[in-house]
Design a protein around this ligand. Structure first.
Ligand SMILES: [Zn+2]
Length: 73
């Protein structure tokens, strides 16, 4: 999945209309959603600069925060 598709998946899962709306919502939060770049599993709360959180779905350390994927951080 491309970064764009990963972000769209997280935005849809969180009930946001657009990726930008989601990023603006989480831009100043201390925890943000992340998504596994391997399987697409979503983690609801990880550190904003995290890019190696463990995935509950596939068990690898490949969950990145939405801010990292979007290139905000
Ligand atoms: Zn995974």
């Amino acid at each position: 999945m491309s970064a764009k598709h990963l972000l769209q998946k997280v935005a849809a899962d969180g009930g946001f209309a657009t990726t930008m709306e989601m990023l603006e919502h989480y831009a100043i939060d201390s925890v943000v959603p992340g998504i596994c770049i391997i399987c697409g599993g979503i983690d609801d709360s990880i550190e904003p600069d995290r890019e190696d959180a463990c995935c509950d779905e596939c068990g690898t350390d490949t969950v990145k925060s939405v801010l990292v994927i979007a290139g905000v951080i």
